[in-house]
Each structure stands twice: as C-alpha cells, then as structure tokens.
Design a protein around this ligand. Sequence first.
Ligand SMILES: *[C@@H]1O[C@H](CO)[C@@H](O)[C@H](O)[C@H]1NC(C)=O
Ligand SMILES: *[C@@H]1O[C@H](CO)[C@@H](O)[C@H](O)[C@H]1NC(C)=O
Ligand SMILES: *[C@@H]1O[C@H](CO)[C@@H](O)[C@H](O)[C@H]1NC(C)=O
Ligand SMILES: *[C@@H]1O[C@H](CO)[C@@H](O)[C@H](O)[C@H]1NC(C)=O
Ligand SMILES: *[C@@H]1O[C@H](CO)[C@@H](O)[C@H](O)[C@H]1NC(C)=O
Ligand SMILES: *[C@@H]1O[C@H](CO)[C@@H](O)[C@H](O)[C@H]1NC(C)=O
Length: 271
Amino acid sequence: MNVGVFLLLVSVLKTATFPIVSSDPSDEACLTHLSNSFQDSNNKLDDWTKNNFATPCNDSTANLKGATCNNGRIYRLSLNNLSLKGTISPFLSNCTNLQSLDLSSNFLTGPIPPDLQSLVNLAVLNLSSNQLQGQIPPQLTFCAYLNIIDLHNNRLTGPIPQQLGLLIRLSVFDVSNNHLSGPIPASLANRTGNLPRFNSTSFIGNTDLYGYPLPPFKNKGLSVLAIVGIGLGSGLASLVLSFTGVCIWLKVTERKMALEEGKVSNHMPDY
Ligand SMILES: *[C@@H]1O[C@H](CO)[C@@H](O)[C@H](O)[C@H]1NC(C)=O
Ligand SMILES: *[C@@H]1O[C@H](CO)[C@@H](O)[C@H](O)[C@H]1NC(C)=O
Ligand SMILES: *[C@@H]1O[C@H](CO)[C@@H](O)[C@H](O)[C@H]1NC(C)=O
Ligand SMILES: *[C@@H]1O[C@H](CO)[C@@H](O)[C@H](O)[C@H]1NC(C)=O
Ligand SMILES: *[C@@H]1O[C@H](CO)[C@@H](O)[C@H](O)[C@H]1NC(C)=O
Ligand SMILES: *[C@@H]1O[C@H](CO)[C@@H](O)[C@H](O)[C@H]1NC(C)=O
C-alpha cells in the first residue's frame, strides 16, 4: 500500500468517525463564563444556551449569534451594539483560538481582564464605546499579533502602557475619550523605523494625557503649582497683615493708655 492510498484512507476514516459538530472544553468554559458575566437584558443572545456551548461549532458555522468558527474552534466573536451590560469574564482567555474580539457599543463595565494575554492569536480587539474602567493592561503586549486596539469611548484611567509600542503589527490604536493620564509614550506616537505612528486623533479627549502629539505638560501640573503658590502667598500675606494689624492695635492701645494715664495724671491733684 503506497503512502497516497494510506493518507486517503486516513482522511476518509477521519471524516467518518469524527462528527462535524465539534466540542472543545476550552471554548465551552470560555462561552459559559462569558455568558454568565454578560447581562443580556434585551435577550439578544437567545441562542447562547448551555447545549450550544458544548458544541458551538458545526463545521465553520457557529451555532451562536456573533460567533464564527474555524477548524471547530471559535475564532471570531462579534457582539457589538447588543445593549449588553455586565462585565468581561477573565475566562474569555479560554477561547484560545480567538483572532477577533468585538464587544463594541454595549454598556459593559469593569476592567479589561489582563488574562486576555493568553489570546496569543488575537489580531483585533475592539472594546470601544462601553463603560470599561481601570487601566489598560500592559499584558496585552503578549498578544503579539494585535493589529487593532480600539478602546475609545470608555472610562479607562491610568497611563498608557509604553510596552504596547512593542506590538510591531499594530496599525490602529485608539484610546480617545477616556480618563487616561500621564505622558503619551513615544513608543506609540513617535515610533521608530517604518512602524505607523499614531497622531492626536488616537489620544484626544483625555484631559490628563500630555506630550506629543498632544500639547506638552502644562495645565494640571502648573495649576497645582499655582494653587500651592497662591496658598503659600496668601498665607504669608495674611500673616504679615495680621501681624501689622496687631502692631497697629498695640500702638493705638499704647497711645490711648498713655493718653488716659496723662488724663488721669492731669486730673489727679498733685500731692
Ligand atoms: C481556562 O483558563 C484557566 C486560566 O487560564 C485555566 O486554569 C483552565 O484550565 C482553563 N479551562 C479550560 C477548560 O481550558
Ligand atoms: C450542521 O450543519 C448542517 C449543514 O449546515 C446541518 O444539516 C446539520 O443539521 C447541523 N448540525 C447541527 C447539530 O446543528
Ligand atoms: C444599533 O442597534 C440599534 C437597534 O438595535 C440600531 O437601531 C442601530 O442602528 C445600531 N447601530 C449601529 C451603529 O449599528
Ligand atoms: C470598533 O467598533 C466601532 C463600533 O462598533 C466601529 O465604529 C469602529 O470602526 C471599530 N474600530 C475599528 C478599528 O474597526
Ligand atoms: C521623534 O524621535 C526622533 C528621534 O528618535 C527625535 O529626534 C524627535 O525629536 C522626536 N519627535 C518628537 C515630537 O518627540
Ligand atoms: C491621523 O491619522 C489618520 C490615519 O492614520 C488620518 O486619517 C487622520 O487624518 C490623522 N489626523 C490628524 C489630526 O493628523
């Protein structure tokens, strides 16, 4: 029997013995936890049921709204604009074949789980237009294939991790309209070589972010200094004023007392 026939037999056996409908314990854990962390108040995810988590993929089509399969594994999740509330489960990291994650335009709160670092195939991360809080996890740097990081319109705080500049495939980076603070990393705004540089559009709408391509450090820092200055200055001024006041008062009373004394001595008969 030659190798060609053997391989043919193997592939025939494979299709015969393995069902088209695939199950994967990792994806099942991912989907189960994710559906628990979402609050789907408008019942937009009505086919996200326990049975479908066990066998989410039927060949390349998924049995779940918003999911796409490849080789029996979930490889894309697009659940944008579904009025979803709740949080993003850290167990999303169990969907280890995920290449594209779009949860944009919902009402999701809580942090971006640092556990997403296990999604080593992730190329697209769109969590824009939610109410996500906390910091941008620097661990996203471990998702080496990331092309797109879109986090605009959220409530993210803290600095932009400069390590994200190490993502050499990054071509879209948008963190505009958040509550981020600190300097804009040159690793993103002024990248070396031929890597795309991200202009002010990527960073605007964060009052405490500063540095190229936004205006340099001034507003907040200086105004804090100014407030301290004004505080110290006015403190000193009021000290000087009250001291002068006390002096004048003392002088006046002294003079008055002297006058009174004089009067008294005037009225007193001399002995
Ligand atoms: C899910 O991920 C967690 C944390 O990475 C891991 O401990 C667990 O074994 C995973 N579960 C499955 C079913 O893969
Ligand atoms: C899988 O898909 C095929 C064709 O689209 C369909 O005939 C079959 O019923 C599906 N199986 C399940 C379990 O959904
Ligand atoms: C979001 O969904 C609502 C209704 O579900 C629809 O009216 C609106 O056009 C959608 N927006 C986008 C940008 O798709
Ligand atoms: C992310 O999703 C929003 C809304 O769903 C969309 O407008 C935006 O273009 C997406 N970002 C990227 C980089 O594709
Ligand atoms: C960008 O980097 C180059 C060299 O690395 C430097 O000369 C230049 O001043 C930087 N531009 C800004 C705006 O920081
Ligand atoms: C920023 O870059 C994008 C594409 O990279 C471009 O469309 C946009 O016009 C630029 N904006 C500014 C203010 O330079």
